[in-house]
Design a protein around this ligand. Structure first.
Ligand SMILES: [Fe+2]
Ligand SMILES: [Fe+2]
Length: 126
């Protein structure tokens, strides 16, 4: 296996670990164990930094305008996909999944709006 493939797998593994540690941190907090929640949260952020380093090494990060443009497209797609999934979850009677997809959709919409503001500010500088 080429090192570049290992780096790509590492990026994916580290990214997955961020989500798992964060979810486990939320669970510990729900159980009232704030110290463990804090620790798991800190580990999640370490994993996020590892993932970010590999993203950079793999050339996934360009100049800021290109990055923002790329992620704007991603947020537009994400918002649409979460919305469709929310509708599907509700139709299938999964209220909990519906709630999560809905919340996620609103966050993606907010991310999209924020990225648009950044892009227009970058264009003003031209
Ligand atoms: Fe890691
Ligand atoms: Fe997002």
């Amino acid at each position: 296996m080429q090192i570049i493939e290992i780096m790509e797998k590492t990026f994916i593994a580290e990214s997955g670990d961020v989500a798992l540690y964060l979810a486990m941190s939320k669970k510990a907090a729900d159980e009232g164990d704030q110290d463990t929640a804090r620790y798991l949260y800190d580990v999640a952020m370490d994993e996020a930094h590892h993932a970010a380093d590999f993203a950079i090494l793999l050339g996934k990060v360009k100049d800021t305008r290109s990055n923002v443009n790329l992620m704007l497209k991603d947020e537009i797609r994400s918002e649409k996909e979460r919305s469709q999934a929310a509708t599907m979850a509700r139709a299938q009677g999964n209220e909990e999944a519906y709630q999560y997809f809905e919340r996620s959709m609103h966050d993606e919409r907010r991310h999209k709006a924020g990225l648009k503001v950044i892009l227009s500010k970058l264009q003003e500088k031209d």
